[in-house]
Design a protein around this ligand. Structure first.
Ligand SMILES: NC(=O)c1ccc[n+]([C@@H]2O[C@H](COP(=O)([O-])OP(=O)(O)OC[C@H]3O[C@@H](n4cnc5c(N)ncnc54)[C@H](O)[C@@H]3O)[C@@H](O)[C@H]2O)c1
Ligand SMILES: [Zn+2]
Length: 352
């Protein structure tokens, strides 16, 4: 069972292993004495996994309560957060109690935020149930809900006491949700680790999933430890996301995030290669690996629309924007550019 230690403030461990779901109580007890525990999950995850989690917590001495919210990004809002906070209050939870976020990124982000603000902060553990949550959202301490004016607009940094990841849970994901997690996994290899990228090019992902998740967590951990508050280096994780967010927004969020990011990565890589900023061949390899995992690599959107949508990126500051450029496979750099320069890149990247 790989365990990855994250040296943030406070520190915590990420446990990864098949079958760990039934040991979540025991793994939590190692860092948090038995107390009251609220298990938070959505309506899809509840019938699949909530009983097992509750059994494990109860068997190790926790007094368990369950709170379920409707599945989907549309639940990641202030109203659903408010219901959750009220529930904690009504149930008499105190500052020494625990929240266990059993779910994908929506559950982890909202549960983490609730834990951060309930009575000014209670402990929480993350039990990621999607590949995306395992490799991305459960590492790094970012919590949030969406506001009508934009995604993740209200949130804070709040580190979990532990992350417990059982890759067997990915067996019940829809192919689309699994593929979205693969987009972020491929991104991690492309920007930070050529060996991981090459493993993904040749491996049978289902049989190597533990090692792949562990490597992604290690890589994201290194970035997060250097830049806990997202002031610089963490921007590397945005590879493909400026154009990706633009495509997502233009589709009115009907195109899944991972699909949009996949297209965004291809466009950036192609632009970089054509402008001599990346090694040759990187776009071709990116396209073929994304296709291998069922992800799209092009869009029918007009270039003008892509440019306009990308200008709305919230990572923009003033007249400039920071773009992530894969100089070589596994080695990306941040590059500050004007919006005009970004348009030139998008035009280069979008023309096939
Ligand atoms: N905090 C961060 O650093 C960070 C990073 C990346 C993404 N995010 C956030 O993560 C969210 C996306 O995460 P997500 O893709 O996991 O979304 P999600 O939590 O909505 O899960 C996707 C779908 O899969 C279902 N599901 C979850 N686990 C399942 C399982 N094991 N079997 C069957 N179905 C299951 C869910 O009910 C949902 O319908 C976004 O809100 C995004 O903003 C946060
Ligand atoms: Zn993403």
């Amino acid at each position: 069972m790989p365990t990855i230690h994250v040296h943030t403030k406070p520190e915590y461990d990420i446990h990864i292993g098949r079958g760990l779901l039934d040991r979540c109580g025991e793994l939590t007890r190692a860092v948090k004495a038995p107390c009251r525990a609220l298990v938070l999950c959505d309506t899809n995850v509840e019938p699949l996994y909530a009983d097992r989690v509750e059994r494990s917590f109860a068997a190790t001495g926790y007094e368990v309560t369950r709170h379920v919210f409707p599945a989907g990004e549309q639940s990641k809002n202030l109203a659903v957060l408010g219901e959750l906070l009220n529930r904690l209050g009504e149930e008499g939870f105190t500052r020494t109690d625990l929240l266990a976020a059993l779910g994908g990124g929506v559950c982890g982000d909202m549960g983490g935020f609730a834990a951060a603000v309930f009575q000014r902060g209670i402990d929480f553990v993350q039990i990621p149930t999607t590949l995306l949550a395992a490799v991305d959202s459960s590492v790094g301490g970012k919590t949030a809900v969406d506001l009508p004016c934009g995604k993740n607009m209200a949130g804070c940094f709040w580190q979990p006491k532990a992350v417990i990841c059982d890759p067997d849970l990915f067996d019940t994901l829809s192919p689309e949700v699994f593929a979205c997690g693969m987009a972020e996994t491929i991104k991690t290899g492309a920007i930070l680790d050529k060996a991981l990228f090459e493993q993904l090019e040749r491996c049978d992902i289902r049989s190597e999933i533990e090692a792949v998740v562990a490597r992604c967590c290690e890589l994201k951990r290194s970035v997060v430890e250097e830049d806990e508050r997202d002031l610089g280096l963490r921007q590397l994780l945005n590879f493909g996301h400026t154009i990706g967010h633009g495509i997502e927004r233009t589709s009115h969020f009907t195109l899944p995030h991972g699909y949009a990011v996949a297209i965004g990565m291809v466009l950036m890589a192609r632009a970089a290669e054509r402008l001599g900023a990346s090694e040759e061949g990187i776009t071709e390899r990116l396209i073929s690996i994304l296709q291998r995992y069922g992800l799209p690599t092009s869009t029918d959107l007009p270039v003008k629309t892509l440019c306009e949508a990308s200008h709305m990126d919230k990572k923009r500051s003033g007249k400039d924007i920071t773009i992530v450029v894969p100089e070589r496979l596994g080695a990306a750099v941040r590059r500050r550019m004007t919006m005009e320069e970004l348009d030139r890149w998008i035009i280069k990247g979008a023309s096939v």
